[in-house]
Design a protein around this ligand. Structure first.
Ligand code: ADP
Length: 373
């Protein structure tokens, strides 16, 4: 709806007729004060405002409107018979008007202007609609994301308890059947244990994800022997893998951090290196001291490699490289957890890789104070 404000009823009447003939709905006000009351109550897409009015003049009305968030964006066309001086026109624009028409005006020109404002108004409405839809979509997505995180947290907690008992019972069973020397049963129990171990790691990863999301992941930091921890990580992975882990180079230093969590990162790098190398015969691991009083660890494989454009996303939550995702099992959370652990040790991480040639995953973390030069 358009509001015409003019203190001369004849002016109002003629302009109203022209606009209504062109299918615009029109409201009128005979003074600035009446206009303000109407504008605060009704939605107008355009105000045609006479400048010269007794009481509140057009400029004052415009200035008042610009102070309210609800009305500050309504376009105004000023109509004036006398103030054709440039400085009055400038004042009109400064007080919030978008156009200035001097009387006597050409009705056709005014109509064209009104139509242009109407088009802008429609486009604006359309944009607002799209914006609202997008905001709603984001809120929905956020709610779904929260629900999913909550579900992961509850499910992994619930799964952990029975799994721990099953692992304990299988170990008891393994011990008690040992005396019968039944190789088949022993073999099956060994395999069961291996799968249970995988399940335990998976549930552990899911629990870690929820801890990270809730800011509840805790680190038990102290100085530890990096080399010994590295050797233990290699032994753990080697126990269940045929591919040889070759320890290329190692340094004997103390590092300040959470030993178990750093070991978790290395186990993740190693199991990925083997997993993403079909027919893997060897992966290499090495540690060295960098000039910046940091220890750097590198795990090198000769597997499928990763295209350049996907490398920056590898450490994001749930990210899996297209193509390899369908060939290898996984959830895409190991590297995300690793990156969070390294970040919480003031470290850095990354990958150098080429498709078909293999990958080298690395991280650097600061040395313990006692090991710094
Ligand atoms: P997952 O292996 O369970 O999918 P990760 O977070 O450990 O989860 O790894 C994320 C993705 O990064 C993997 O899905 C895989 O596409 C890619 N990736 C990780 N390590 C390697 C590697 N050594 N070689 C090739 N691709 C890798």
């Amino acid at each position: 709806m358009i509001l015409i404000v003019d203190d001369t009823p004849e002016n109002l009447y003629s302009l109203k007729k022209i606009l209504e003939l062109n299918n615009f709905s029109v409201d009128t006000a005979l003074s600035g004060e009446e206009a303000l009351k109407k504008i605060l109550k009704n939605p107008y897409f355009l105000i045609i405002l006479d400048v010269q009015m007794p009481g509140m003049d057009g400029f004052e009305v415009a200035e008042t409107l610009s102070g309210y968030s609800k009305t500050k964006d309504i376009p105004i066309i000023f109509l004036s018979a006398v103030n054709t001086d440039k400085k009055f026109i400038a004042k009109g624009y400064a007080s919030g008007g978008l156009d200035y028409v001097t009387k006597p005006f050409d009705p056709d020109i005014l109509l064209l202007k009104v139509k242009t404002f109407y088009r802008l108004y429609e486009q604006n409405q359309e944009l607002t609609k799209i914006q609202t839809a997008l905001l709603t979509e984001i809120e929905l997505r956020k709610a779904a994301e929260n629900k999913k995180d909550e579900f992961i947290s509850i499910a992994s907690h619930e799964l952990k308890t029975p799994l721990t008992s099953v692992i304990a019972y299988v170990q008891l069973l393994q011990r008690s059947v040992k005396k019968y020397e039944d190789k088949t049963v022993d073999n099956y129990l060994g395999r069961t244990n291996l799968q249970l171990g995988k399940l335990k790691n998976l549930i552990g990863d899911l629990l870690d994800i929820s801890k990270i999301e809730n800011g509840k992941i805790e680190f038990n930091k102290k100085d530890f022997d990096f080399h010994a921890m590295l050797q233990s990580a290699i032994d753990i992975v080697q126990q269940t893998q045929e591919c040889s882990i070759i320890h290329k180079k190692s340094v004997e230093v103390q590092v300040y951090g959470d030993e178990m969590r750093i070991e978790q990162v290395i186990i993740n790098y190693l199991t990925n290196a083997i997993k993403y190398s079909p027919d893997c015969s060897e992966v290499h691991i090495e540690s060295s001291i960098t000039g910046d009083e940091e220890i750097q660890l590198k795990v090198r494989d000769f597997g499928i490699g990763i295209p350049k454009e996907m490398q920056s996303q590898l450490f994001e939550k749930f990210y899996r490289v297209e193509g390899s995702a369908s060939r290898f099992p996984g959830l895409g959370i190991g590297l995300y957890i690793s990156s969070e652990i390294i970040k919480r040790h003031d470290g850095t991480f990354g990958v150098v890789s080429a498709p078909g040639k293999g990958s080298e995953f690395w991280f650097k973390i600061p040395l313990a104070k006692s090991s710094k030069q």
